[in-house]
Design a protein around this ligand. Structure first.
Ligand code: NAP
Length: 287
């Protein structure tokens, strides 16, 4: 039987309508949520992601402030800008679009963002908070994935969840969130020996490696929930994930498409975190 497709675009659209209402409520109380986006250089993918984020802000009534710096910007310039944004009361969230040019230390930049404006959730404080299950701003991509899994109605507790990819922005926080939901979690990465041995036993398989065609049907358990985070541009310009969608959909119970799965949710979670920052609500009280 063919898997049911988890429609990330539809879920994201519904959430944005809800978030627009939250923004309207804030505006009635004299607060316009504001997101500052810092983009350095001219990486085409970064430009596209930033455009999508700004469009999502517009859609929900969040004010956006784009700061585009040239590829040769110095680290000091970037840190100064972040210092100004930290002090600006109209800015509730600060996003620095990654990757950064080589002359800029990404860690130093992320540590300079005020913890209470770190809507990407990458500051060490927020990473630590996630580790102990008290995240203020859950990182957008894994949090979006969590909501997509919840859409299926499948209970995560006690299930075997396998995360392929161990980056700081997707794989590791994803694994922590699944652990928080009491899954038994395996994390795989490029040095994992016999990847299929792990993926085949996954009830929930989240793939974030950036390798098109990495996951083929033989690597997937019958009935698994398969979430494809990967975004890969092929030579012909087509955008695909890391999972062989057509093949794997015959084995999975649920599967996300690329595009139209995780991507729209990532952007939407950024809006969510920005609104939450503007509301200054305690953790967990707004969704
Ligand atoms: P990344 O920093 O390059 O990390 C990739 C991870 O995958 C690394 O941990 C790497 O292992 C692992 N990996 C690479 N090849 C592998 C293989 N053959 N088998 C098993 N693991 C392998 O990438 P990222 O930032 O996490 O992003 C991953 C993918 O998700 C990319 O395609 C990216 O474009 C996409 N993405 C999508 C969204 C969205 O909103 N949909 C958001 C963020 C990222 P090592 O650690 O050993 O190198």
């Amino acid at each position: 039987m063919s898997a049911r497709v988890i429609d990330g675009r539809a879920l994201a659209t519904g959430l944005r309508v809800k978030y627009a209402e939250s923004v309207a409520e804030l505006v009635r109380n004299g607060i316009v949520p504001g997101l500052a986006v810092v983009m350095i250089g001219s990486d085409p993918a970064s430009h596209l992601y930033v455009r999508n984020k700004i469009r999502a802000c517009d859609e929900c009534g969040v004010r956006s402030f784009l700061h585009a710096l040239s590829a040769d910007a110095t680290e000091a310039e970037v840190l100064d800008l972040i210092g100004e944004l930290n002090a600006d009361p109209s800015v509730h969230g600060i996003l620095v679009q990654l990757p950064l040019p080589p002359q800029i230390d990404v860690r130093r930049v992320l540590e300079t963002i005020a913890v209470d404006k770190d809507v990407d959730g990458f500051h060490l404080y927020n990473v630590g908070a996630l580790t102990v299950g008290e995240s203020i701003f859950p990182p957008c991509t894994p949090y979006g994935v969590q909501l997509l899994i919840d859409q299926t109605g499948i209970e995560i507790e006690g299930k075997h969840a396998v995360v392929v990819g161990a980056s700081n922005i997707v794989g590791k926080p994803m694994a922590l969130m699944l652990l928080q939901r009491l899954a038994t979690v395996t994390i795989c990465h490029a040095r994992t020996v016999n990847l299929a041995h792990h993926t085949i036993s996954a009830d929930v398989l989240v793939v974030a490696a950036g390798k098109p065609g990495l996951i083929v049907p033989q690597m997937v358990k019958q009935g698994a929930v398969v979430i494809d985070v990967g975004i890969n541009k092929l030579a012909d310009g087509k955008i695909v994930g890391d999972v062989d969608f057509e093949g794997v959909r015959d084995k999975a119970s649920w599967i996300t498409p690329v595009p139209g799965g995780v991507g729209p949710m990532t952007v939407t979670m950024l809006i969510r975190n920005t609104i939450r920052s503007a509301q200054r609500l305690p953790a967990g009280s707004f969704d």
